[in-house]
Design a protein around this ligand. Structure first.
Ligand code: ADP
Length: 439
């Protein structure tokens, strides 16, 4: 089956041949061929003019049918018309998808905001107006940092580390908003803003509740412990049948005391208003103090505890809190390492962080437990933790303290071989003159 353009070539060949033969009859074949080709050219120009006219009508009337065209031209007109109809259909489909996306995003209670690569607002849904007070079209192409005027937001926006959301109060009212950003395309950003006022209130109530209950429990537990201690301190005055139950009561009240102490510590750490005493801490001194206290408390286990630290290291932080974090790790190392085991407290400045590492050659932790260790009351083995007097709150406290120092914790452990807890502080916390080679 011949294509239209192939037929057209045959037609031209036929035209040249016939005009050449006709020309032969008059002895002027070249002239006849030239005249025939000129006529063909004229015909082509007429078709091109019709095409041009139709195309200019199409811009205002996209459904205007193509002109009737002879042969090859007819199929060109039809082809263009089909292409144009297909494009029109695709545009309509795209428009209806866009309309649906706009309508559904308008129904969302979450604000969705598109920000271009210069940090200017490009598009937002209805909730963007209610939560952030954005106005269309006045705020379009305005810098987002001018509209959410908050130094914390500016820092978060420009730092481009969006793994954690940012919580701020709304610029329109006192509601609490959670900002989450994601980068896509060529440094364009999608910002999602949620109203978390209710969740925030509940969280505050939870913190208050835990803080108050722990506080209220402290006095009764102290009284019970006091009486038990007094009774057990004078065993002759008690019926011997009561010795064992009383000892167990004392053990449990000690545990309760520890839980209440740890819960109070956690609730104090969660209260943002807590005033902190930032000083330049002598890290070697801190680690040595932790070492001595661990040796003293776990004296009977005769651990070999070493401190490896440059005596010049000075870390900016709250000494009380950091003592609490590092000692928690060291006491755990002592609890979960058998007698005469080795525990090391190391401090080292790496290229990206300043690390304090507490490692031991104790019982270790199976890998499936590691991601959950810093959850409150999470224990690898509840019976073992009770034996060691653990509350399951120690590592939650450590994590809170580290977060307050912009630090994180990394746990490595091999069951039966030992564990290492690495606290990574940003280098900016290390007082400059103390970084080796930087003074
Ligand atoms: P606990 O008060 O029970 O020790 P933590 O929050 O301090 O609670 O620790 C959580 C769990 O992690 C512990 O119950 C223990 O099983 C495990 N763990 C913590 N430190 C170590 C360690 N150095 N070696 C082995 N297991 C550990």
């Amino acid at each position: 089956m011949l294509q239209d353009w192939q037929k057209e070539i045959y037609r031209i060949i036929l035209l040249v041949a016939l005009s050449g033969i006709a020309g032969l009859l008059f002895g002027r074949s070249t002239l006849f061929v030239i005249l025939a080709l000129t006529a063909y050219l004229g015909f082509t120009l007429v078709q091109l003019r019709r095409l041009d006219k139709w195309l200019s009508i199409l811009t205002t009337d996209p459904d205007r049918a193509p002109p009737e065209g002879p042969g090859f031209w007819g199929s060109i007109f039809d082809g263009i018309f089909r292409l144009q109809q297909r494009q029109k259909h695709a545009t309509l489909t795209l428009q209806s998808i866009l309309d649906k996306a706009q309508a559904s995003s308008a129904a969302l209670e979450i604000a969705v905001i598109l920000i271009d690569r210069r940090g200017n607002l490009e598009w937002w849904n209805k909730a963007g107006e209610t939560l952030l007070g954005l106005r269309y079209p006045a705020d379009r192409n305005q810098a987002v940092t001018n509209l959410v005027r908050n130094p914390q937001f500016s820092e978060y926006f420009h730092k481009e580390q969006y793994s954690e959301p940012l919580t701020l109060s709304s610029p329109v009212n006192n509601n609490m908003l959670e900002f989450q950003l994601a980068t896509f395309g060529e440094r364009e950003r999608l910002m999602v803003v949620r109203d978390i006022t209710q969740i925030h209130k509940l969280e505050l109530m939870r913190e208050d509740f835990v803080g108050n209950v722990s506080h209220e429990l402290r006095t009764p537990i102290t009284v019970i412990s006091g009486y038990l201690e007094a009774m057990l301190g004078n065993p002759g005055s008690i019926d011997p049948r009561w010795h064992k139950p009383l000892q167990q009561m004392q053990q449990q009240s000690n545990r309760m005391e520890n839980i209440v102490r740890d819960l109070l510590m956690l609730s104090r750490l969660e209260t943002k208003a807590v005033t902190r005493q930032l000083t330049d801490i002598d890290v070697n001194g801190l680690l040595s103090e932790v070492r001595n206290d661990t040796m003293h408390i776990f004296e009977e286990k005769q651990h070999n505890i070493a401190v490896e630290c440059n005596p010049d290291f000075r870390l900016r932080g709250d000494r009380g809190e950091l003592y609490s974090a590092i000692s928690n790790l060291a006491f755990n190392a002592a609890k979960y390492t058998s007698s005469k085991g080795k525990i090391t407290l190391t401090a080292e400045a790496t290229e990206n962080s300043f690390d304090i590492i507490v490692s031991d050659d104790g019982i270790g932790i199976e890998s499936q437990h590691i991601p959950r260790l810093t959850e409150r009351f999470y224990r690898v083995d509840a019976s073992r933790a009770t034996d060691t007097g653990g509350t399951g709150l120690g590592l939650a406290i450590v994590k809170h303290i580290l977060v307050r120092h912009n630090a994180s914790i990394e746990v490595n452990s091999v069951p039966g071989k030992g564990s290492s807890f690495r606290c990574r502080f940003p280098l900016s916390r290390l007082v400059k003159e103390t970084i080796p080679g930087k003074n």
